[in-house]
Design a protein around this ligand. Structure first.
Ligand SMILES: NC(=O)c1ccc[n+]([C@@H]2O[C@H](COP(=O)([O-])OP(=O)(O)OC[C@H]3O[C@@H](n4cnc5c(N)ncnc54)[C@H](OP(=O)(O)O)[C@@H]3O)[C@@H](O)[C@H]2O)c1
Length: 328
C-alpha cells in the first residue's frame, strides 16, 4: 500500500470542504432523460495535461479497467497513485478530502458500482458509489483546480438510435445503473470546466469478471452457450481503452465528452461466436432473444457509440484475439 495513501482511510471527518450538494434525484432538474449536455470547456480549449506537474491519482485502481489504466499511465511516463477501494472509498467524503494531501495533478475515476441487474435492488448503494462518489471527487478536483477523467457507459442511452450515439446526444438511460452514470456525468460537467468524460462499452480485460471468461467457462462446462442476439454494441479491450485514455490526456485534447471503444459492432451472440471460434471451436453458440433470459434491468438494443472526436481504436476482433492468445 502506498504509505501516503494509507492515511486516506483514517478516521472519518465530520465535515468536508467539498461536501456534496443536495442529492440530485431522477425526475428533478438533474433528470438525465431530458437533459442536454452543458459542455464546459468542450470547445477548442486545450487541456493543460501535457504539463502535468504532479502524480495522477487513479481511483478504483483494482477494477478491471483501473488496473490496466495504472499500467498504461505508468508506461506513458506518469507518476501514478493507485487507489483501490480499501485505500479510498469514494462514498466517504472525509477520505476523498484527504486525497488533497497527495497533491495529484489529475484524477481518474474508475471506481463504480457496475452490477447492472443488482443495481435495480441495491439502488442506494449504486447511487452512493456512482453519483455521490463522483460528486465528492469532482468537488475535490474543483478545489484543487485539477482535471478529472470520469468513466461512463453506453448504458446512459436507451439504444433506440439505429446509427449509434454521438458524444453530444442527450442521455436516456433505461435502468438504474445507467441513470446513476448519466447523473454522474452531469455532476462532473456542472462542477468542473476541466473534465474528460469517457464513455465506453462491453469491457473485457485480464483479471476481470467479463463476458469472454463467462462464455469460455460455459463452453468448457456445457459444450454450448445460448446468447442474446438482439442487443448490439462494441466489445472493448480495457488495455486498448487505457492506452487511448493515456494518449487523450497526453495529447492535451480539449476537455469534454469522448466515446472510446474498439471499432466494429456486433451482438452478444456474434461476440460469443468469435470467442468460441478462436478459443473453443467445438463449442456450439446458439442465438436467443433477450426475453429468453429475463433480467432485472432493461438494456439498450443498439448502444453503439460513435467516436467523432478521438483517435480510433483497432477492431474489437483484433483486440479479442490478442486477449485470448495471452490467456493461454
Ligand atoms: N465493465 C463494463 O463492461 C463497462 C462498460 C461501460 C462502462 N464501464 C465503466 O468503466 C468503469 C470501470 O469499470 P470496470 O469494468 O473496471 O468495473 P469493475 O471491474 O467493477 O471496477 C470497479 C472498481 O470500483 C471499485 N469500487 C466499488 N465501490 C467503490 C467505492 N465505494 N469506493 C472506491 N472504489 C469502489 C471496485 O472495488 P472492488 O474491487 O473492491 O469491488 C472496483 O475495483 C466504470 O465507470 C464503469 O461504469 C464499464
Amino acid at each position: 500500500m502506498n504509505a501516503s495513501a494509507a492515511s486516506l482511510t483514517g478516521e472519518r471527518s465530520r465535515s468536508h470542504d467539498g461536501a456534496p450538494r443536495g442529492k440530485p434525484q431522477p425526475g428533478s432538474g438533474a433528470d438525465t432523460r431530458t437533459c442536454e449536455h452543458r459542455e464546459r470547456g468542450s470547445g477548442s480549449e486545450r487541456s493543460e495535461a501535457l504539463t502535468l506537474k504532479g502524480p495522477v491519482a487513479v481511483v478504483g485502481s483494482s477494477g478491471m479497467l483501473g488496473g490496466d489504466l495504472v499500467r498504461a499511465l505508468r508506461d506513458a511516463g506518469h507518476d501514478v497513485i493507485a487507489l483501490p477501494r480499501d485505500e479510498l472509498d469514494v462514498t466517504d467524503p472525509g477520505q476523498v478530502g484527504r486525497l488533497a494531501q497527495l497533491s495529484p495533478s489529475l484524477l481518474v475515476n474508475c471506481a463504480a458500482y457496475t452490477k447492472v441487474d443488482l443495481a435495480e435492488r441495491e439502488r442506494d448503494l449504486c447511487y452512493a458509489v456512482n453519483v455521490m462518489g463522483a460528486e465528492h471527487l469532482a468537488l475535490l478536483c474543483g478545489r484543487l483546480a485539477i482535471p478529472m477523467v470520469q468513466l461512463s457507459t453506453d448504458y446512459v442511452f436507451d439504444g433506440e438510435k439505429d446509427e449509434g450515439y454521438d458524444e453530444d446526444d442527450p442521455a436516456s438511460p433505461l435502468g438504474h445503473y445507467g441513470t446513476t452514470k448519466a447523473l454522474a456525468e452531469e455532476i462532473v460537467r456542472g462542477a468542473l470546466r476541466k473534465h474528460y468524460i469517457v464513455r465506453t462499452s462491453w469491457l473485457f480485460g485480464h483479471g476481470g469478471e467479463n463476458f469472454v471468461e463467462k462464455i469460455l467457462a460455459r463452453c468448457a462446462r456445457d459444450g454450448n452457450a445460448t446468447v442474446v442476439a438482439d442487443q448490439r454494441g462494441s466489445p472493448t479491450s480495457t488495455r486498448d481503452l487505457s492506452r487511448a485514455i493515456a494518449r487523450l490526456i497526453g495529447a492535451g485534447s480539449p476537455y469534454g465528452t469522448y466515446h472510446l471503444t474498439n471499432e466494429g459492432r456486433c451482438t452478444w451472440h456474434e461476440f460469443a461466436q468469435e470467442i468460441a471460434r478462436l478459443a473453443s471451436p467445438s463449442c456450439v453458440v446458439m442465438p436467443c432473444a433477450s426475453g429468453a433470459f429475463p433480467a432485472a434491468a432493461r438494456r439498450p438494443r443498439n448502444s453503439g457509440l460513435n467516436n467523432n472526436k478521438a483517435e480510433k481504436l483497432r477492431h474489437w476482433k483484433e483486440a479479442l484475439k490478442e486477449y485470448l492468445e495471452e490467456r493461454t
